[in-house]
Design a binder for this molecule. Sequence first.
Ligand code: ATP
Ligand code: MG
Length: 712
Amino acid sequence: MDLLANLNPAQRLAVTSTEGPVMVMAGAGSGKTKVLTTRISYIIKELGIIPSKILAVTFTNKAAKEMKDRISSMLDINTSFMWVSTFHSFCARVLRMEIEAMPPYTKRFVIIDEEDSLKLVKDILKECELEYKPKEIKHLISKNKNFKNFSIKDPRLLDVFLLVNKKYEDRCKEENLLDFDDLIIKTIELFEKNPKILEYYQNQFEYILVDEFQDTNALQYDLMAMLAKKHKNLFVVGDDFQSIYSFRGAKIENINKFQEDYKDYKLILLEENYRSTTQILNLANNIIIKNPNQIKKVMFSNKKEGPLPKYYRAMSSYDETVFVINKILEGIRKGKDYKDFAIMYRANSISRSFEDQLVKNKIPYTIYGGLSFFARAEIKDMTAYLRLLVHKDDDYSFKRVINMPKRKIGAKILDSLNMIASEKGLPLYDAIEYYTGSGIGASNLKEFKKVLDDIREKMEDLPLPLILKELVDKTGYEEEIKKDEDTYLDRMDNIKEFSSVLKETEEEYEGITHFEMLENLLFDLSLRSEHDDSKSDESVRLTTFHQAKGLEFDTVFMVAMEESIFPGLNVESNQDMEEERRICYVGITRAKNELYLTNAENRMRFGTTEYMVPSRFIGEMDKELYQNVSRGAKTKSPVNQGYSIAKAKFTVKKEEPKEAPSVSYSIGDKINHKAFGDGLVVAVSGTTITVAFKAPFGVKQLNGNHPSIRKI
Ligand code: ATP
Ligand code: MG
């Protein structure tokens, strides 16, 4: 197979310029990822480089998996051991081998996810009797790790932060834990403190490739620069239009930095879009040019023409879901697959209403974002049990399951167990042997160990799914979750699903011991970010715009396009607004053939039905670039440009919609709202007013002409 056959000249150049630093800057769908994967294949096939000499990194596990799939379709090699992964997985893999150079950490470290890490902060705050929001402090801890010039102005908050941060670090060290941020930081620290180790990896990676370069943060940049120092074969691809991770410290300036750091770099631009129809691309270009600080570049499509994107303003969020589902069913009838459709939104909470309807209509779906399969309590419990089977010294997992199911093993017993463990230098699990107390808790403790010891003994004889079954049966776990009838079946379903993961693992790692298989699996699992799911690909995707990065779908629904959701309420600066607009651009450019923009007039939020103003992004789009398919007659008075577009299409209607008389507001006006009570107008923009209501309602953006509002 000729790797270069289907590429255009610029793409071909990017694939074959294998030596030295190269940057590809190009719009969505121009084939950047395709070029990157083809280049890997080219280096292996044409230059004869062995795969382990190549390092490729990207942002989501999903994207990494797609990369591997693309490579194996070109080369017919086993890609499972290649260094093609997310930044986090790469770091975890290095640390798994090298972390003992940084005591007290050991190879057996446990990677904790967001939820666990938040819980740790919560515990520390409680211990110190500090009344702060755990999320807020956790956010600061994370910011401190990711932003180089992080500072806290409030002296009291600073004190609290310093204290909790220190304790957090100590606890992680004591219990051999790393959070997601640590993975990158510790790897950099490792390399900085151990030049020999760094040198080893510099030699190892002759070719380094980075996808979605615009979203790397300063640390990730440093890491790649460190590794590329010897061979300097650093290939980065990105699109400044799609920079959407500044909240995680992503630095668009990395693009400039690259240009300064590698003066002799080669810049390659790709201008042709292979993904989307002209109609979709026009809309994308139309929105992104509204960003004043964006470098102007326009993409063109050579794909066939397609239908205009469609805009639907629904009466209610329910109506919105029905519209979307009907369009999906229509598509299926025309021969499309479920996986051709993606429903995208700005905020995770939006997925719920769609899920209900998808279930009712028996449409299979997969969610990216939200609570994923591997973040569910029962799966984490089972994972902890398996960890403890494999590594008796995993005190962290021990603590997770010691009272799950409830065994009446109280703080007193655990304290003495702790004492024994530290006196004898044993893990908690082994300390049970020496525990001499009596009573129900004590005998349950012994029983706990016995059950696990028994299963461990049989481990090599039992297929992996049966090991799981033993755990669920013999530890009394199933009995425990049965107590909650509402969730029991769901949870057991999840455990069954997990069982199939174990089965797959067995097939994947054939030829090694069960112990080793589990070790591999647990390592893989700890890196599943909260956004990955295990379900099959034959389903409709529900995803945030962020998680959809790099992916493409035949038909995309951008839903809940409403002010205060997208853009969100906490968008303060112009810079933030520009980032929101880029998110909109990312959403639009995921679509290959059909694009729908939808929103709802009324949406149930925080327990009340709110009137929702259409997203300003709808208003910003030239109206000839999309078709309004809203049910016109039901719409109310215009509130912004987006709205007046909706109105402009009503001319087909015989009756003019009745409009509420226009009321004008100014800052400082007092108003009354039927649902939220009295409030104060704090900002006015056209007919959109921002009103501060009393708690619990807070600040809301409303249509000033809405009948539920009156001036007082
Ligand atoms: P994004 O910025 O969204 O990540 P991208 O630049 O990485 O986009 P790809 O995902 O690599 O774009 O490519 C978009 C689509 O165009 C893919 O389906 C890819 O197979 C196709 N494509 C890219 N280049 C060509 C080409 N030369 N001929 C035919 N199809 C192509
Ligand atoms: Mg890409």
